[in-house]
Structures are given as structure tokens and as C-alpha cells.
Design a protein around this ligand. Structure first.
Ligand code: NDP
Ligand code: SSN
Length: 293
């Protein structure tokens, strides 16, 4: 199967490499074109523009930072819309809101193309290992056709119905995850200020009902103040913002998510946006003071 891939950031690069290593022919494009070089070494071809990629491939996948990027790659000059037509499919795996996804879907289908949104749960390592969780929605026929690619990228795919449901599900999941990260940061800071060992706190939690892979993976690095980016904090704050907007639309009160969003915003204002989202811990350390050296 020949697949186009637009967006070679942390996630897109790992996903495109996985496709190449599993026998797919992949044509890549990235706004910063030099990022395509590593993919070429893995056997990819390069398209000069999103339109050139769509022209060449029956299916094109996008993995872009946010709604602005997702819209720009479709609607701008030399974008996806220039070449999308009957017989071609566009699969947007970026995390965006349902409105953005619907706008893209409408424009693609108006030109005879087919659209699937398919945001993912799972971060850099699951992307490298083909262990993502895929939250697809849109046209079922294209979903069925691209299952071989999803089977390479992920460990489980869900088809959630009409366009927008994949985006909504993804935002709810990340809203919970972001709030959990804030609770962990607060707990680590409280333990430290109370004279307790932060590592012992992690050990205790890992044996009980609130044990989870995220605390296990991120906790030890957070104690050390180390935040190499797997999921950039600026993207987590974007997801919190979009989840809060979904709450507004549905009159759902979300005080925990709102407080967490404030902490992520504060972290961005401290220049931590490109670090891992666990760097929100620094906000709590600043507010609470730290007994760590
Ligand atoms: N990292 C993670 O753990 C996860 C991320 N996600 C979601 O996946 C998406 C990608 O995340 P990730 O790979 O981490 O992000 P990165 O920041 O690493 O990569 C973002 C990508 O978007 C491109 N981009 C940004 N703005 C524009 C624009 N205006 N026009 C064209 N391209 C643009 C970047 O291009 P350039 O290289 O030129 O800057 C880059 O290819 C996001 O929606 C994120 O929320 C979902 C699950 C997990
Ligand atoms: O959107 C990012 C999700 C990160 C994760 O699921 O670990």
C-alpha cells in the first residue's frame, strides 16, 4: 500500500518509520523539509508540498501539532485540497477539536475525497513500538481499507461513528490524563515539603489502586527534574483548552480540568512548553517551594 505522510514531529516520524519498516511505500512531507532526510534513509520518498503527496498517494495521513496546523495543511496554497479527489482518502491523526475535523471533512468530501479522523492515545515510545490506541471516526469504508496500516501503528483501533467522535474521545482522555499529571505533581511536592521521600510515595502508589503506567514511567524522572519531551507540554495545554471548550459546549462543569489548564498555562509562560508535559511539576515546585537540592 502506498501511503503519504504529512508531519514528521515526535509522533509522525516514529509512525512513518514504522510503516516503512513494515513494507509500506511512504511519501513524506514536513513543513521543515530537512526533517524528511532521516525518513529518506529509511526508504521514504519526499513530496515537495502536501498537494504533491496527495497527488501521488491513494491514502494520505497527517500528524500535525494543532488545529491551526491541520487547517493550514489542508486549505493553504499547495495544500491537500489542491489534489484531493474521488478515489483518494485523507486520514488526520492529529489531536484537534471536532469543529476543525468537521471543517476538514466537509472540504475533502466536497471535492469527492474521503475522510477519516484518527487521533491516537499513546506517546513517543508506543508510536515507535506500534502500540498506539487509534480513535477513528468518519467514513467506515476508508477505516476498513486502512486497517492494515492501523495494525502496524497501533495495538487497538476503535471506530467511533461520525466525524467528531474521535476528536471528542481523544480530548476527554487527555483531559483526564492532564489532571492526573497535575495531581501527581502536587502529591510529589506535598510529600517533599512534608519531609517524605518522593520515591517512597511512588512506590506506595504503585502497589495500590491508583497504580498506573504514567506515574510509573514519569514519576522517577520528575523527582530528578528531568523532562525530555515525549508529549510536549504545549500540546497537552492545547488539549486541555480544547477539552474545556467541549465542556463549555455541553454545560459540563470541569473545575479540576480548569485548574490543571491554569498550571499548564503557567508552565508555558515559564518557557517549559517544549519539554514533556510532566514539566508542569516545576509549577508546583515553584508554588510550594522544594526541599530538593
Ligand atoms: N507526542 C505525543 O506523545 C502525542 C502527540 N499527539 C498529538 O499528535 C500531534 C503531533 O504531536 P507531536 O508529534 O508530539 O508534535 P511535534 O511538535 O513534535 O510535531 C508537530 C508537527 O506539526 C508540524 N507543524 C506545526 N505547525 C505547522 C503548520 N502551521 N503547518 C504545517 N506543519 C506544522 C511540525 O512541523 P515542523 O517540523 O516544521 O515544525 C511537526 O511536523 C499533536 O496534535 C499532538 O497533540 C497525540 C498523541 C501523543
Ligand atoms: O496526546 C498524547 C497522549 C500521550 C499518552 O497517551 O501517553
Amino acid at each position: 500500500m502506498e501511503v503519504g505522510f504529512l508531519g514528521l514531529g515526535i509522533m509522525g516520524k516514529a509512525m512513518a518509520i514504522n510503516l516503512l519498516r513494515n513494507g509500506f511505500m511512504v511519501t513524506v512531507w514536513n513543513r521543515t523539509l530537512s526533517k524528511c532526510d532521516e525518513l529518506v534513509e529509511e526508504g521514504a520518498s519526499v513530496g515537495e508540498t502536501p498537494a504533491a503527496v496527495v497527488k501521488k498517494c491513494k491514502y494520505t495521513v497527517a500528524m500535525l501539532s494543532d488545529p491551526k496546523a491541520a487547517l493550514s495543511v489542508v486549505f493553504d496554497k499547495d495544500g491537500v485540497l489542491d489534489q484531493i479527489c474521488e478515489g483518494k482518502g485523507y486520514i488526520d491523526m492529529s489531536t484537534v477539536d471536532a469543529d476543525t475535523s468537521s471543517k476538514i471533512s466537509e472540504a475533502i468530501t466536497k471535492k469527492g475525497g474521503r475522510f477519516l479522523e484518527a487521533p491516537v492515545s499513546g506517546s513517543k515510545k508506543p508510536a515507535e513500538d506500534g502500540q498506539l490506541i487509534i480513535l477513528a471516526a468518519g467514513e467506515k469504508a476508508i477505516y476498513d481499507e486502512v486497517i492494515p496500516a492501523f495494525d502496524v501503528l497501533g495495538k487497538k483501533s476503535f471506530f467511533l461513528g461520525e466525524v467528531g467522535n474521535g476528536a471528542r474521545m481523544k480530548l476527554v482522555v487527555n483531559m483526564v490524563m492532564g489532571s492526573m499529571m497535575n495531581a501527581l505533581s502536587e502529591g510529589l511536592t506535598l510529600a517533599d515539603k512534608s519531609g517524605l521521600s518522593q520515591q517512597t510515595l511512588l512506590d506506595v502508589m504503585d502497589l495500590g489502586a491508583i497504580a498506573n503506567p504514567m506515574f510509573r514511567l514519569k514519576g522517577p524522572a520528575m523527582i530528578k527534574g528531568s523532562y525530555p519531551p515525549a508529549f510536549p507540554l504545549k500540546h497537552q495545554q492545547k488539549d486541555m483548552r480544547l477539552a474545556l471548550a467541549l465542556g463549555d459546549e455541553n454545560a459540563v462543569s470541569m473545575p479540576i480540568a480548569a485548574a490543571s489548564n491554569e498550571a499548564f498555562k503557567k508552565a508555558r509562560s515559564l518557557g517549559l512548553g517544549d519539554l514533556d508535559f510532566s514539566a508542569v511539576h516545576e509549577v508546583f515546585k515553584c508554588a510550594g517551594g522544594s526541599n530538593e537540592a
